[in-house]
Design a protein. Structure first.
Length: 194
């Protein structure tokens, strides 16, 4: 986050976010969507460029994971990631990819569903790399464009709604105020009021 914040005013900011997307995807340790939203909030006018670079970085990172899982094979994959292989995300991904192939990978990449189990199964199932990269790229682009657009619009709409509520409250208070203040009981009116 500090790296992104320092570079938010730079022309290279969308590319930096893309590099962060690549690293987050490849490391499988940080969900990138939160970082994407934070990056767009730092530079809301560049939401399209941020989404494009992010989807490119995430797709390249996911394609590299696919290749790594492809070369690991079944035995090593089960030994290296026993928790993933026993998870419900794994069983869902294997069922969907077995039934729908690369189209399921596109849907998983375009939604907030966990992508790693699907990449693992796609890699060991030996789905065509070109189709996998295309599905990942288009899926990530669709998801990140939507997230970035929503993040770029959120502060503006929230502020507009807050201003409308504040204006309505001011109007209600103005109508509720008496035009001249009534003197308090037992206090003589001031000389200026006479």
């Amino acid at each position: 986050m500090r790296t992104l914040l320092r570079r938010a005013d730079s022309r290279a900011f969308p590319a930096v976010v893309g590099i962060v997307a690549f690293a987050a995807t490849l490391s499988m340790s940080v969900p990138f969507a939160t970082l994407l939203v934070a990056a767009v909030l730092m530079a809301p006018r560049r939401w399209v460029a941020i989404a494009l670079w992010s989807s490119l970085g995430a797709a390249v990172g996911a394609a590299m994971l696919y290749l790594a899982f492809h070369h690991l094979g079944w035995a090593r994959l089960f030994a290296a990631y026993p928790d993933v292989v026993r998870s419900s995300a794994w069983s869902d991904a294997t069922r969907w990819l077995s039934a729908y192939g690369v189209a399921a990978l596109f849907v998983i990449a375009a939604t907030p569903l966990p992508l790693t189990p699907a990449l693992m199964f796609a890699g060991i199932s030996r789905l065509p790399i070109a189709e996998v990269v295309l599905a990942l790229s288009i899926g990530k682009l669709a998801k990140y464009l939507l997230y970035a657009w929503l993040a770029s619009r959120f502060p503006e709409r929230a502020l507009q709604r807050g201003r409308r509520h504040a204006d309505a409250l001011r109007a209600m208070l103005a109508r509720a105020k008496p035009s001249t203040p009534a003197p308090k009981a037992g206090v003589p009116p001031s000389r200026e009021a006479r």
